[in-house]
Design a protein around this ligand. Structure first.
Ligand code: NAD
Ligand code: UDP
Ligand code: UDP
Length: 342
């Protein structure tokens, strides 16, 4: 039935006709895989606002209809429930390939499925890009650097990744996805872009996805202790979602393949993050120590000089400015009050 409905959709999409050269920048037809998820839905908002036609392809593993519902009824918006592990026929100009669970809790839930999504799913979307001559952007991850021996991490660093650990389905999956992307570029001439995304937060994150920012914010709002794993001295660098979306769009529109680090170089220990959450939500919020998870990277901070120089991009929203924007969305979703949000 998947194939049946794909043919149906392909026919519908095909009726847009080919966009003549020259006006290529106006009214592009764009697929966003994983577009019902956290990052994808914010990207879709920007593309729709710019005047493009957007097809979201999502299997709703971690995505939610609520994230894109405000576009229902817009003739430039389509939503297809589809698993990228299955082939898909569409006629489009650009493919933003985001489909993949991003939170460790979600990607460890069914590790083999995570690998299939990263490998077979990416292969299918590259096959699609090759067939229709679309430009393809892969959202890779800072996890390709593993537990890094270089700090901060530059794109030239090859990483320190455990191939047989509990995070490997994601880390190695994304590394293979990068390899596939470069091989379709070199071998089939597909126009490709690779982004290596560092920890990103903002409205519409899953409330209980186990990532540190969503955990601390939800816990502080619910008056529960914030759970610090390990000694809390490990670091991460947190990027607000609007900065990431701007970076992804500049990368797609620009001339350079990458890979490009997209992240905010502001580095925090988990204890420092807990403090910022305390200051933002509740000065009486407490913390509670828990054992850390296996293979947890000790530190992570992007070197973004390449993106600065070649994309003219750098993040604008620091943690103390971005966190309150996420808190109001979480407050609304947890307590269900009817204030305007996200
Ligand atoms: P998310 O879990 O909110 O979004 C992922 C989306 O992909 C969801 O809507 C999910 O339903 C969909 N999906 C998953 N498997 C699929 C499949 N097989 N077929 C179709 N759809 C599928 O996560 P996010 O934070 O929005 O992440 C988006 C992308 O960015 C991911 O590729 C992730 O690896 C990458 N990334 C995110 C971060 C971050 O901090 N958020 C960091 C590094 C990389
Ligand atoms: N594919 C797809 N949509 C397309 C074209 C290809 O899903 O529009 C899939 C196809 O089913 C295959 C993968 O992408 O599994 C790779 O396609 P490619 O043409 O590169 O390789 P081949 O089909 O020759 O293995
Ligand atoms: N972490 C934590 N408390 C939590 C969830 C996570 O201290 O409730 C830690 C985790 O051990 C890791 C860091 O926060 O060191 C970032 O974890 P997250 O799952 O958000 O992202 P990733 O490990 O993929 O960077």
């Amino acid at each position: 039935t998947n194939h049946q409905s794909n043919r149906h959709v392909a026919a519908a999409v095909h009726s847009f006709g080919k966009v003549p050269l020259g006006i290529k920048r106006k009214g592009l037809r764009i697929v966003v895989t994983g577009g019902a998820g956290f990052v994808g839905s914010h990207l879709v908002d920007r593309l729709i606002a710019r005047g493009d036609s957007v097809i979201v392809v999502d299997n709703f593993f971690t995505g939610r209809k609520e994230n894109v519902m405000h576009h229902f009824g817009n003739p430039r918006f389509e939503l297809i429930r589809h698993d990228v592990v299955e082939p898909l026929l569409l006629e489009v100009d650009q493919i933003y390939h985001l489909a993949c669970p991003a939170s460790p809790v979600h990607y460890k839930f069914n590790p083999v499925k995570t690998i299939k999504t990263n490998v077979v799913g990416t292969l299918n979307m590259l096959g699609l890009a090759k067939r229709v001559g679309a430009r393809f952007l892969l959202t890779s991850t800072s996890e390709v650097y593993g537990d890094p021996l270089q700090h901060p991490q530059k794109e030239t660093y090859w990483g320190n990744v455990n191939p047989i650990g509990v995070r490997s389905c994601y880390d190695e999956g994304k590394r293979t996805a990068e390899t596939l992307t470069m091989d379709y570029h070199r071998g089939a001439g597909v126009e490709v872009r690779i982004a290596r995304i560092f920890n990103t937060y903002g409205p519409r994150m899953c409330l209980d996805d186990g990532r540190v920012v969503s955990n601390f914010v939800a816990q502080a709002l619910r008056k529960e202790p914030m759970t610090v794993y390990g000694d809390g001295k490990q670091t991460r660098s947190f990027q607000y979602v609007s900065d990431l979306v701007e970076g992804l769009m500049r990368l797609m529109e620009g001339e350079h393949v990458g890979p490009f680090n997209l992240g905010n170089p502001g580095e925090f220990t988990m204890l420092e993050l807990a403090k910022v959450v305390q200051e933002t939500i509740d000065p009486d919020a407490t913390i509670e120590y828990r054992p850390n998870t296996e293979d947890d990277p000790h530190k992570r901070k992007p070197d973004i000089s390449r993106a600065k120089e070649l994309l003219g991009w750098e993040p604008k929203v620091d943690l103390r400015k971005g966190l309150p924007l996420m808190v109001s969305d979480f407050r609304q979703r947890i307590f269900g009050d009817h204030k305007e949000g996200s």
